[in-house]
Design a protein around this ligand. Sequence first.
Ligand SMILES: NC(=O)c1ccc[n+]([C@@H]2O[C@H](COP(=O)([O-])OP(=O)(O)OC[C@H]3O[C@@H](n4cnc5c(N)ncnc54)[C@H](O)[C@@H]3O)[C@@H](O)[C@H]2O)c1
Length: 388
Amino acid sequence: MSSSPHIHQVGIIMNGVTGRMGTNQHLVRSICAIRKQGGIKISDGEFIMPDPILVGRNEAKLRALAKANGIERVTTDLDAALADPFNTVYFDAQTTGRRADAIKKAIAAGKHVYCEKPTAVSTESAYELYEIAKKAGVKNGVVQDKLWLPGLMKLQQLIKMGFFGKILSVRGEFGYWVFTGTDGINPQRPSWNYRKEDDGGIIVDMLCHWRYVLDNIFGKVKAVSCYGATHVDERIDESGKPYKCTADDAAYATFELEGGVVAHFNSSWTVRVRRDDLLTLQVDGTMGSAVAGLRDCVAQHHGATPRPVWNPDIDSPINFFDNWTRVPAQQAFDNAFKVQWEMFLRHVVKDEPWNYSLLEGAKGVQLAEKGLESWAKRAWVDVPELKA
Ligand SMILES: NC(=O)c1ccc[n+]([C@@H]2O[C@H](COP(=O)([O-])OP(=O)(O)OC[C@H]3O[C@@H](n4cnc5c(N)ncnc54)[C@H](O)[C@@H]3O)[C@@H](O)[C@H]2O)c1
């Protein structure tokens, strides 16, 4: 006779879930996908089942979102959701400036917390969140989704296998053309992204990501040199009105890493794409190179490296796209946000190891802040260690 499985129901307060990230990545592709697959399997007899309550300002919107996704619980009263002991986790994907206060409230209510990046608008405030969470003894985490993108996982596998020899440099190219709205085409990002006063700006947005990508894969970031620009100075907002862009829409940043790897990342909402993907990472090493996109990765071994000679007077005898091999999928890949959600919930329920705490979140904010400082000072800026 088999006994019925043990299911850990985890009540999760999801705030900011009507937004772009909240709805698509966190609700639909993570929490609902986990529910649909029957929960997170710990063993044949043990599962974790997330049970979300959607929180926001507009009840009708929340109800529609809940209905479309087979969810029962919605509320416009965050305090009531926090007061309910069934809810043990607080998740936040609100606009950045609203996050710190909400997280503090959740920690005070004894909840474990998980949230989008940037965790706060200053290093001081982000580090304070980490300290408060640590002191309260609650589990805590920040979204670091890029680490589980199939393309970057393939890259990490190549590193593990020693494919590159000594890694010399990493160049990241991130971005695409974000329509301004002035041509009648709907902008594909929210307008607050382009307003400093609403915590927008690509440096704040992307350097958080580059921090954990670099720290985890290539070496700890020691120093940054960053130049920002606001290339487009007027855009059209969600209500069709023109507004002045006060935040940077492009960042040209170089990072010095522990171990000697040099990394340079261009991040831009004002470029047109002629490369393999919206994000590409090229890694060059003594024994080989690879270029990873979001899902794919191609590699070129030293032995397959062509030997170009500079001669602009003839058409190139080499097609530089030849001699690259597609790295095959050697394992199944799931949605990156979902992978991290599953790890976090296992950490909460089963106390499994977890390396993506609010301290890591604070490091992301710190790199963004140092990037802005470098731009303002027109100088290299050291990145001091934030103590655990
Ligand atoms: N991990 C990633 O790759 C990634 C990508 C994009 C954005 N983000 C981060 O996710 C967060 C949300 O970004 P988004 O693009 O989804 O933004 P969005 O504008 O689409 O969504 C913001 C959410 O916050 C809520 N909100 C805004 N103002 C509010 C208020 N005054 N009171 C209550 N709720 C309010 C909105 O209702 C919405 O649910 C940001 O912090 C952003 O930096 C992360």
